[in-house]
Design a protein around this ligand. Structure first.
Ligand SMILES: CC(C)(COP(=O)(O)OP(=O)(O)OC[C@H]1O[C@@H](n2cnc3c(N)ncnc32)[C@H](O)[C@@H]1OP(=O)(O)O)[C@@H](O)C(=O)NCCC(=O)NCCS
Length: 358
């Protein structure tokens, strides 16, 4: 059975730096509040109109492809994790194929809608495809443009200060050496689905809102020429309730995250016969520096065995782990042969870990 080797890594963040002080110009917040609660000092936002989630992903992907020493045409599968796709459909996987100039059709493209755990879930999917012998070169990318979809008024401040834009990618390759993915552990608990969510666009939100608003009457008078996408319309309720912006019960997310992160990391380590002391590096999803520090303390990991960069980039959701992974490798903090754990918790709730030898 082949191993799933991490053949190449790459990341890209927009040049435009937005500091906490910059945010105080548009909402009632302070640098002190943001640093104290989240550890975030600044984040990156794309320049409006210049980039899409796909073009950000392509920039990271080209680096990962070059790092792997292959050509884009050598890829036989693309996995794209994002919660901020360019379109409601089709997904970003096919758009990335086009953006990378891959014209062959002997390639598959899959989108993963798992928010903060999207990259780890994608790694698990890629690992199964490679170990089963189905694919040899898989591009896995996590990319987000949050800045196009946040509520920057004071009402949205507890969410909007946290998120940033960016992309990270890896090329996974079938290999017979002894490095690569050791195991992945995936979990979910849908009872908390609406605690961290964007409800619109979504058919369910439309039905709920329009029931309240006399949906039957609305349907009879519905002008399909003005609203060509059927259920995906915008009306005043959607605008007023801002259900197109992310909603988060921050404390509920925090409490579950600090419980599930250590559990899922330990699950992966134990399954492989390792303990936390064997790790060369732990890369937590960059949700909140306070969550990462809590987990670090619980697992008794020294500072040089945990990589955090949320201070510079904020929470980039599906992109946060591949950006941090790629950056840690670039800085020489992860070397070939190192034992690395990646772990994430987020919307769903879903949580997951991946244990690998780089
Ligand atoms: C979001 C989070 C930082 C908020 O911190 P918190 O301590 O829970 O803060 P609360 O939401 O209870 O708000 C506390 C106060 O700060 C205020 N506040 C919220 N956001 C603010 C901001 N950006 N600036 C200033 N004040 C703010 C609130 O209005 C509230 O004021 P009040 O006491 O007068 O009502 C925290 O809950 C968190 O990090 N949760 C996990 C988030 C996470 O990891 N999400 C990603 C998952 S992948």
């Amino acid at each position: 059975m082949p191993n799933t080797r991490i053949a190449g890594v790459g990341h890209h963040v927009p040049e435009n730096i937005v500091t906490n002080d910059d945010l105080t110009k548009v909402m009632d917040t302070t640098d002190e509040w943001i640093r104290e609660r989240t550890g975030i000092e600044e984040r990156r936002y794309v320049t409006r109109g210049e980039d899409s989630t796909t073009t950000l992903a392509a920039k990271a992907s080209r680096k990962a492809i070059a790092d792997a020493g292959i050509q884009a045409e050598d890829l036989d599968f693309i996995i794209f994790a994002t919660l901020s796709p360019d379109y409601y459909f089709p997904g970003c996987g096919v758009l990335l194929q086009r953006e990378l100039g891959i014209t062959k059709t002997e390639i598959g493209a899959l989108d993963i809608r798992n928010q903060c755990t999207g990259f780890v879930y994608g790694l698990s999917v890629a690992d199964q495809f490679i170990k089963s012998g189905m694919y040899k070169n898989i591009l896995l990318v996590g990319a987000e443009i949050h800045s196009y979809g946040l509520d920057f008024s004071t009402a949205g401040r507890s969410v909007s200060v946290i998120f940033g834009d960016g992309a990270g990618a890896v090329v996974l390759q079938a290999s017979d050496d002894d490095t690569g993915v050791i195991n992945t552990k995936l979990h979910s608990d849908g009872t908390h689905a609406e605690k961290l969510a964007v409800l619109h666009p979504g058919m369910h939100a439309n039905v709920l809102i329009n029931k309240i608003d006399g949906f039957d009457e609305f349907l009879i008078n519905f002008d399909y020429e003005d609203q060509p996408y059927g259920g995906l319309f915008i009306n005043n309720e959607i605008v007023d309730t801002k259900i197109y912006a992310p909603y988060m019960e921050g404390q509920a997310v925090f409490k579950k995250a600090v419980q599930k992160f250590p559990e899922v990391i330990m699950e992966g380590l134990a399954a492989a016969g390792y303990g936390p002391g064997d790790l060369d590096m732990f890369i937590p999803h960059q949700a909140n520096l306070r969550i990462s520090q809590f987990v670090q303390r619980l697992m008794k990991l020294p500072d040089d065995k945990v990589y955090n960069n949320i201070m510079k980039y904020g929470n980039t959701t599906a992109a946060s782990i591949p950006i941090a992974f790629s950056e840690a490798i670039e800085k020489g903090k992860i070397k070939r042969g190192d034992l690395v754990s990646l772990a994430a918790f987020g919307s769903g709730f879903t949580w997951a870990s991946a244990l690998l030898r780089y």
